[in-house]
Design a protein. Structure first.
Length: 116
């Protein structure tokens, strides 16, 4: 079976699963970088605490929906971080696969913001 973009289902799942360690490393390095605003660091710390906590909004034992809150929260926090951190810092910590980063960050160019 193939998806609408022509990739087999298994290959797409592999690529998504391969993204998890990269995102974890990326988030870790962002949290340690002094150029990252403290609000982003607080959001990343809150995300880590929520994921480590055994109490969830939707219990993990509920099929499919159990991990939905975790996945959505990771998506929201990473999107928030990508919108608040300067592009050069994001590219520096992301690594070599810039095309993947660009596909994740398809967004309008943001206006210069006040420092926080």
């Amino acid at each position: 079976m193939t998806e609408s973009n022509g990739e087999p289902d298994g290959r797409r799942r592999e690529s998504v699963l391969a993204l998890i360690p990269r995102l974890a490393k990326f988030v870790y390095h962002l949290a340690r970088d002094p150029r990252v605003p403290w609000t982003v660091k607080a959001a990343l710390a809150g995300l880590a605490a929520y994921l480590a906590c055994p109490i969830d909004i939707i219990p993990d034992w509920i099929p499919v929906a159990g991990y939905l809150d975790d996945i959505l929260l990771v998506g929201f926090v990473v999107t928030y971080a990508l919108g608040r951190v300067p592009s050069d810092v994001i590219r520096e910590h992301w690594g070599e696969d810039v095309h993947l980063l660009e596909s994740l960050t398809r967004r309008k160019k943001r206006k210069p913001e006040d420092s926080e």
